[in-house]
Design a protein around this ligand. Structure first.
Ligand code: PLP
Length: 455
């Protein structure tokens, strides 16, 4: 069957109409098994999701055990709760990281973003400042694909069709993209301060009493490619938020839950933490969809002293099955010290990427943290010239990787001013050193092949 015939025949509307997706029939450790029997190392965990790989009998058992209770579903909007949901929130928050003390669980990252925005608006209503409905977000950012999440996402191509729905109550400041935006003679500290001043100016332009919150990914994921901020950036942002009472909302849907080598990526920023944080993807290791919002005690206190409830909810929020899977995943991560391991293996991955891939002619930058890394490609290394989008460089690399048995994620969409042609390498926390070597060597070979017409 040709691709066109397959696409026409399939009743699933796939994202691309020009490619025939390969059918996955099984998982095996960190690999996926295709219908043809071929194995593919899943070195990006889908879009950075399956952080424990694909064979986890303990999670399978936790899910089946949960179903043995014969409870189809518990509506957490009704007067009920369940053990799995309570336990998951305890695991995440019993030590109150950064003062975060309550959780809301929903199903996707985009829903978590929407819930976080609504929570911030509700907070200001409860505090007697209902005019605080303005959000400041960052250009070339991504916080999800629902209309609410797109409103705060500086992702131009994903917003394009829906411009009429985008809120004028959201404005954007520059991201912390040092590779292209930091001046040649500018130190990290000066760059951080410059971005801080831009953020503060924006608060003053809008009027501090109108700004509800600032939304940012702690480590930017798909639009700017595993991009940590320069040291001091988030300290400056946190200080400015505090000065004007603006809520700091950190999106850790892609970078959180251990991926950067600490449970929360913000722990490496020298700040006390966000006021609201979103989590997702690795939270449940991908077995059942789950995401969440963590909120600071002060948010809960305001709601508690005000209307006494949450003005938000979904039918499937805090689904017990998803929470049971996530409890099992989080127990494994804790028992096997996988976050420490992620930090250690991350150093190995970084060293391999820098040694083997860094010197390649068309590789402009390598960046990331823990097991969350990106390689950015450029046509001219010294000038940092981007490829023409038509070259589709990163996706050619992805294709060559797939041919040789490696799954990585490429990202090229038009997200804003800078074309960030990159691939993401974010293998499971269980990856071994020899698997890392294999991943980097397959990636290197794919880059060599893709580079041929350009060098
Ligand atoms: N926020 C970030 C940082 C993301 O990377 C994503 C997805 O890639 C989302 C939000 C949206 O998550 P979802 O696709 O689960 O809705």
């Amino acid at each position: 069957m040709t691709t066109d015939e397959f696409v026409a025949r399939s009743h699933i509307l796939h994202r691309s109409f020009s490619e025939r997706p390969a059918k996955i029939v099984a998982g095996d450790g960190i690999s996926l098994v295709l219908e043809s029997g071929k194995k593919v190392i899943d070195a990006s965990c889908g879009p950075s999701v399956s952080c424990l790989g694909h064979s986890q009998p303990e999670i399978t058992e936790a899910i089946t055990n949960h179903l043995k209770n014969d409870i189809a579903y518990v509506y957490s909007g009704s007067p009920y709760t369940n053990g799995a949901t309570e336990e998951l929130a305890d695991i995440l928050l019993s030590e109150k990281p950064g003062g975060l003390s309550k959780a809301i669980f929903v199903n996707s990252g985009s829903e978590a973003t929407d819930a976080a925005l609504k929570l911030a608006v509700q907070y200001w209503h409860e505090r007697g400042q209902p005019q605080r409905t303005h959000f400041i977000a960052r250009k070339q950012s991504y916080h999800g694909n629902t209309i609410g999440a797109l409103c705060v996402s500086g992702h131009e191509s994903r917003r394009e069709f829906y411009k009429d729905f985008m809120s004028s109550n959201v404005t954007f400041v520059d991201p912390c993209y040092a590779y292209r935006m930091k001046g040649d003679d500018e130190s990290d500290e000066e760059f951080a301060q410059r971005l801080g001043r831009q953020f503060e100016d924006e608060i003053l332009r809008i009027g501090p009493d109108r700004v509800a919150g600032f939304v940012a990914e702690t480590v930017s994921g798909t639009t700017l490619g595993c991009l940590p901020a320069v040291p001091g950036y988030f300290r400056a942002i946190r200080d400015i938020c505090d000065r004007y009472g603006v809520l700091l909302i950190l999106d850790e849907i892609i970078c959180g839950m251990g991926k950067t080598g600490t449970m929360h990526a913000w722990e490496q920023e020298g700040i006390r933490g966000p006021d609201i944080q979103t989590i997702g993807k690795a939270l449940g290791a991908g077995f059942v969809p789950l995401s969440g919002v963590l909120l600071h005690q002060k948010i809960f206190d305001a709601l508690s002293a005000g209307s006494g409830g949450l003005a938000h909810g979904h039918t499937f929020q805090a689904h017990p099955l998803a929470c049971a899977a996530a409890v099992a995943a989080q127990r494994i991560i804790k028992r096997d010290n996988l976050i420490e391991r992620t930090a250690q293996m991350g150093h190995k991955l970084e060293a391999l990427l820098r040694k083997e891939i860094g010197p390649m002619a068309l590789v402009g930058d390598i960046r990331g943290r823990g097991l969350f890394w990106a390689v950015e490609f450029v046509l001219d290394k010294s000038l940092k010239t981007a490829f023409s989008p038509k070259a589709n460089f990163c996706n050619q690399v992805v294709k060559h990787c797939l041919d040789s048995g490696l799954n990585i994620l490429g990202n090229l969409g038009h997200t804003g001013e800078y074309q960030v042609d990159h691939v993401l390498v974010c293998p499971p926390y269980t990856v071994t050193e020899s698997e890392l070597e294999e991943i980097v060597s397959l990636l290197m070979a794919a880059i060599v092949k893709t580079s041929e017409p350009f060098v």
